[in-house]
Write a protein that binds this ligand. Structure first.
Ligand SMILES: *Cc1c(COP(=O)(O)O)cnc(C)c1O
Length: 485
């Protein structure tokens, strides 16, 4: 196996793509990256003539070279049989903006696109290693359900999800608390997403827990977007949206387009950057944030400063102050300088703040633009787009859409969740008050004259199976208990 992945914080660490997927996070706390990704060239001419699954194979085979052709094709066809459309991620023209619908999967969030595939990639890598895996995942709401759904009852795996107590939507809560499966564990953690995420990162680097897991022949790994197995499948839909634009004569092959991405942990937009490094013609990436606008400030000033109030908003999946995947972008922008990235991340850990060099900031700003949208603006945007185009955006996608209005040329706005997942707030944006999430869903369906996705409608009668609320200090103990069976 070719050891093509290295850590953002140390070039001495080298692993194969299967190992990188099995480990999730590098042992030094860094993230796995493929140094030569910018030397890969995806043939656009072939992309526009091929199906989603064929394009997925083309891209995955270049970034995950340890997998055999059969393994990849099997994984891809299993994963995307859970999507209703052959297109997987359809594009709709809404006003002058092209909306890339990423929420057609089994849990109605864009995370499904990667999390339907990751369990297949993981179990094939596990087969080679003769181990079992315990997947630990922190979620701001959507990753949790998508990961639980993807990994439930998958052979040789257990999955444990931590979500911030009372900080996910009522639907997100029900989706996770009602999860069936013999290998699933779900916990609410007192704190916010950043607490849950740093708790999980601590467990990965804790020697004692790792030794204990080893004794049980168990690997600890992650289904968060720190895992390259999460990122790689997301690259595909950037190319797919480009295919749509060319094939419908909105652009010519080779023309540049922009993307507006509702951002939290910086995974989705980073996948777009990877597509760009592999040859996708991109003018700008617009990083769209909610009131937790740490990335807006960073991209505009070069100073990342998480020392600010955490705001709980109507866009909970974007309520994040530490955007983990930014580390990968900085790695490439610094010309793969592991020492420099280590020192920045050390600054972040000790003071909650770092500043990049002037040269790097210029490079960053030549491709990335950033803005944020307040909660009242988000609601206004949902209403306006519905009135103008009879199209319903959810509370995350509306942020991307509003920021996309800044671009005069062709722009794709990524729609990351179904509006029914955030029914109360979407409905309120249209001027209707309803505090019951399921009644709100029905009303929304009536107003929009579109059906509720069946996975969400069926939650109303589902039984709550997971009730535990734990402190962030108890996360480690909880994982030890799961390991000990
Ligand atoms: C996770 C999520 C985001 C943010 O994506 P990142 O990859 O974390 O930047 C945006 N919208 C929704 C609905 C999400 O679930």
């Amino acid at each position: 196996m070719e050891k093509i992945y290295t850590s953002t914080r140390s070039h001495n660490i080298k692993v194969s793509s299967k190992q990188a997927i099995l480990e999730g996070l590098s042992k030094d706390g860094g993230l796995y990256v493929y140094d030569d990704i910018d030397k890969i060239h995806i043939d656009l001419d072939k992309i526009i003539k091929s199906s989603y699954k064929e394009n997925a194979y083309d891209i995955l085979s270049k970034l995950l070279p340890d997998y055999t052709k059969e393994e990849l094709i099997d994984s891809i066809s299993n994963a995307y049989s859970h999507f209703p459309d052959e297109e997987v991620t359809p594009v709709k023209k809404v006003g002058n903006i092209f909306v890339l619908e990423l929420f057609k999967g089994p849990t109605s969030a864009f995370k499904d696109v990667a999390l339907c595939l990751l369990p297949w990639l993981m179990s094939k890598a596990l087969k080679d290693s003769n181990k079992k895996a315990l997947i630990l995942t922190a979620t701001s709401g959507d990753t949790g359900k998508a990961a639980l759904n993807g990994f439930k009852d998958v052979e040789n795996t257990k999955i444990c999800v931590f979500y911030p107590h009372n900080k996910v939507s009522a639907i997100q809560y029900k989706q996770m608390a009602c999860q069936l499966g013999s290998n699933v564990y779900v916990y609410a953690v007192e704190g916010n997403f950043d607490d849950a995420q740093s708790g999980v990162k601590k467990i990965f680097t804790d020697e004692k827990v790792n030794d204990l897991a080893n004794k049980h022949n168990l690997l600890l790994t992650s289904a968060n977007s720190i895992n390259i197995g999460r990122l790689v499948p997301q690259i595909v839909y950037y190319f797919e949206s480009y295919k749509y634009l060319v094939n419908n004569n909105f652009i010519k092959l080779g023309d540049k387009v922009s993307f507006s991405v509702p951002t939290g942990n910086f995974g989705d937009v980073l996948a777009g950057y990877y597509a760009y490094l592999m040859g996708l013609p991109v003018k700008y990436f617009y990083v769209a944030s909610d009131e937790n606008n740490v990335l807006t400030d960073f991209i505009n000033t070069g100073i990342y400063d998480r020392n600010r109030e955490f705001k709980q908003t109507i866009s909970p999946s974007m309520d994040i102050l530490i955007s983990s995947n930014l580390e990968r972008l900085l790695y490439y922008l610094s010309d793969k300088d592991d020492k420099y990235i280590s020192s920045l991340m050390n600054d972040l850990a000790t003071s909650g703040r770092y500043q990049i060099s002037e040269k790097m900031l210029k490079k960053l700003q030549s491709l990335f633009k950033a803005d944020y949208v307040t909660q009242s603006e988000t609601k206004e945007e949902i209403k306006q787009v519905f009135e103008e185009s009879h199209y319903l955006l959810d509370t995350h996608s509306a942020i991307g859409y509003k920021v996309a209005r800044k671009e005069r040329d062709i722009i794709v706005a990524l729609a990351t969740a179904s509006p029914y997942k955030f029914s109360i707030d979407v409905l309120a944006s249209l001027g209707y008050k309803e505090s019951d999430e399921f009644k709100a869903m029905e009303k929304l369906s009536e107003v929009s004259t579109r059906p509720i996705p069946t996975n969400l409608a069926s939650l109303n009668n589902a039984e709550i199976l997971h009730k535990d609320v734990i402190s962030k200090e108890d996360m480690l103990k909880t994982v030890e208990k799961i390991i000990n069976g």
